[in-house]
Design a protein around this ligand. Sequence first.
Ligand code: ADP
Ligand code: ZN
Ligand code: ZN
Length: 722
Amino acid sequence: MLIAHIALPVPLYQLYDYRLTQPAEVGMRVKVPFGKRDAIGVIVSIDQQTDVPIECLKDISEIIDNEPLFTPAVWQLLKWAVSYYHFPIGEVIFHAMPVLLRQGKQASKTEIKQWQLTELGKNCDLKSLSRSYKQQLLLTSLKNNTFSENDFSANIFHQLEKKQLIKQVSVTPDTVEWQSHFSTNPTSIRLNEEQTKAIASVNQQNQQFNVFLLEGITGSGKTEVYLNILSDILSAGKQALILVPEIGLTPQTIKRFKQRFNAPIDILHSGLTDKQRFEVWLRSRSGENAIVVGTRSALFTPFKHLGMIIIDEEHDNSYKQQEGWRYHARDLAIIRAKIENIPIILGSATPSLETLNNAQNQKYQLLQLTQRAGDASLAQQSILDIRGLVLCAGLSQPLIDQIKKHLSNNNQVMLFLNRRGFSPSIICHDCGWIAECPRCDMPYTYHQKQHKLICHYCDTPRALPHQCPKCGSTHLIPIGFGTEQLEKQLEILFPNIKISRIDRDTVSKKGALDNYLKEIQQGGAHILVGTQILAKGHHFPDVTLVGIVDVDGALFSSDFRATERFAQIYTQVSGRAGREAKTGEVILQTYHPDHPLLNVLLSKGYQEFAKFTLQERRQTHLPPFSYQVMIRAADRNNHHAPNFLQQIHDWLKSLDNHRLWQLGPMPSNHPKKAGYYRWQLLLQHTHRQQLQQILDQLIISIDKWGETSKVRWSIDVDPIDN
Ligand code: ADP
Ligand code: ZN
Ligand code: ZN
């Protein structure tokens, strides 16, 4: 008797066994009885073994697919991911499927209804229809293949159908082939030497597996390099996958792809309906698109003939999923490229330290673009010591003077502040009470325009209180400042200047960002205020001054990655200034003008900063020179979670592995969120393999403990927030 071992979308590590009575293959979806209902699952393996007593085994009720759902490469990738991330297999496999497939929809194109001539219709003498010109026209157009359904009213179809001259049939749309008429549109751009060299290095490797790091300062022409390399890949009839941090932020880049290639390009963005996502999935699997551009989860798209993967802005943290299955799309993309035996390019102006380390170790091939393309030159950078200065919504007088100067030359100014809202807290002036979210124990952020307090941890809004609940005072005042307040202050200081605030609050509406960008691109004096959204991907050729309003938080964080993140954002933001013919200026306000990090970064640039910081990480045995795993647990009573982690801690300790180092259990960075108390236990090891083996054993062990139902726990391999 054959037993199918099936993954179901449940947060448990096990597979479920069912009797297989019909022919089926690994990777196909099935319907099975599960509890009181039918569930959809995926066959992971088939053999004759089971631990379930035969009489308890149930039959699979239905085999949904007639071939495995994923391509062999994606299937292999998912299995690799399950073992590496130690995450329940059902959740991993279902995460990789479009919603409609999770619900059981057939993985084939939807049939469409089409009108055809009947035998009678084919042989019909048109003259016999001379009394109806329209009917005649319809029949002729069907005969000549010039038919378009919209040209005729339903009645005409009906009349002809009644005469049995035409009939409606269901057909599966043809697979559309693009390769035979593919072409690359010519461009007037003449590549510079570094670009030419980078392209040649990739092309030399004959489209085999290789990881390239394209490290190029902002505006150095990375996209141009991608376009050139892709041209060869597409000419060979292969498809390409391009991952970007956020689609909404890259309309200009996508336009360039569409202009350059005469080939179908699909975009996977959050605005698509489930049906549209599913259709992109199908087109990719059948080879009907040439390029798919998407965010993190686009990584799991199956391709008929994938030829290359590009990860743009590879350092961006949005590639790491931060809830549920916490995979890193960049890391998995490299595994996928290896499985598919194709090249992968990681591009960034500010590569992550992990990636730079791999390039230094020659695991990745380093390609560098050190010059700005065209005529653009790099911005002038300076530190503005604000100790003792009066600040107005964060702005010092010297910065205000500089803003005036740049605006009066009809240029644009960009002010960066990584904190949205009006102020990060509201306090009672009489007794010191602070408005806090009861579910997270963190101060509410005040949003003046919406007239609301919003918790930035759990997103819960509440009305602004009129009175202090503690002392009854009505004297409630905002403390600190965010982008909303900065914008307001600028409106007072510069009443005749256009100001655009670009943060999650203002661009969440569809098309809003596009409108801002259009306005900004029209040129003329203009102030842009924004959070790190500003740092991502846009070219603002008329911005000549970038002001960094407040950075000090990043310099003194308990998270060892905070400085890396700051250096990346700083470099990206300042790279937005003075493109094309205009030279830019960057001014950074700080209370710590002598901070060594700031000085390395400003005087020597990101590369030197990275070298310096990698050296530091090596000395302190931090990643990438060691490997980390975060075990998180949460509960509602602040009791079970720490106990559970303590139990893990003790168990790990009993292994007596002196290369394993544990920190915790301790409360997480945000110890309470949405009513849950959150704890963590950090593991660090000098050997990745060994740490992986320890996790394997740990999970088997935890499984036997029972009692885990009172905590929500998860494993985060290679965590990025400590
Ligand atoms: P990046 O992706 O590194 O930010 P882009 O590829 O977007 O850089 O290039 C920045 C700008 O310079 C674009 O407007 C692009 O068309 C232009 N550009 C790129 N390469 C060249 C070149 N060799 N000569 C002139 N302009 C170029
Ligand atoms: Zn009070
Ligand atoms: Zn909250």
